[in-house]
Design a protein around this ligand. Sequence first.
Ligand SMILES: Nc1ncnc2c1ncn2[C@@H]1O[C@H](COP(=O)(O)OP(=O)(O)OP(=O)(O)O)[C@@H](O)[C@H]1O
Ligand SMILES: [Mg+2]
Length: 324
Amino acid sequence: MNELLRVEDLTVSLAGENGPRRILDQVSFDVRPHEVLGLVGESGSGKTMTSLATMGLLPHGARARGHIWFEGRDLLTLSERDMRLVRGSQIAMIFQSPRSALNPLMRAGDQVARAVRLHRGLRGKAAYDAAVELLRHVGIPDAPARARAYPHQLSGGMAQRVLVAIMLACRPKLLIADEPTTGLDVTIQAQLFALIKEVQEETGAALLLITHDLGVVAEVCQRVAVMYAGQVMEIAPVEELFARPRHPYTERLMASILRVDRPAALDSSAALAPLPVLLDTPGCHFANRCPYVKPVCWQHRPAPYRDSEAHTVICHQYPAGESP
Ligand SMILES: Nc1ncnc2c1ncn2[C@@H]1O[C@H](COP(=O)(O)OP(=O)(O)OP(=O)(O)O)[C@@H](O)[C@H]1O
Ligand SMILES: [Mg+2]
């Protein structure tokens, strides 16, 4: 097996007012060592929940079925104690809001130093000096002074850099970055993506990058998984997905971004009529929006169709199995 992470038929339900509500439905994809896999899909499609499940951080009361294989172990079967050993040292996550991921009562340098102590075995002043060096390494100007700052004294971009420094200290095998630049201004966003990519290359970690920005996907990712309403619809190498989308949802997504009068963001795909999302049907969740819908689409989830070695689409338009 040539993968680092393999999510297999992951189905997650949350407790709702009218009983359990399914928010992920048989999600399957893999992340290979050292690659950057983009995870895209409109708001609410389940990108964050997929990454939280991988980190063992689903909300209280959530039920997960399926498998999350990481280096041969199924993370869904690990105890909280074992999962804590995986988090940070094997898999690390950068969240949507960096300040809430940092401890507000602890100075930035001390937070990085803690990670250095835990994961690099240094102690005392040596750990702190290494932490300041890491802050400098991630491009924080005047690192010794910034190390003494509390998170609320840092800008969003600086706080995100502190998180990247913590990640560097941990040297994980898999990085998950969930919309890491939301709310930051455009130049800072570009710098942060460059930094994350640099860190990924430097550490040899694989990166699961969640973003709305298909421009970033085109620039940074090797492959992309497209989610819609809790299901993965298509996985393909970046160039292929842009040039030859196979799933009707991806087709629409690409058509909507190719219009020059709209920004290249998924949420602007107003081409989609405001129909309720189908979460509790046994079939394809895109059925009520799909121009090619057939009766079977309402009844059964299609089996994956492998168009080529790296291109998989999950749609009844294609026969199950391999491309002839
Ligand atoms: N804490 C929560 N409790 C209950 N439901 C939640 C919670 N967080 C998210 N959800 C629901 O789970 C589903 C998936 O949400 P998720 O946050 O994973 O989407 P997303 O793809 O990350 O969206 P976005 O692009 O807006 O970040 C949505 O239907 C959402 O309403
Ligand atoms: Mg999210």
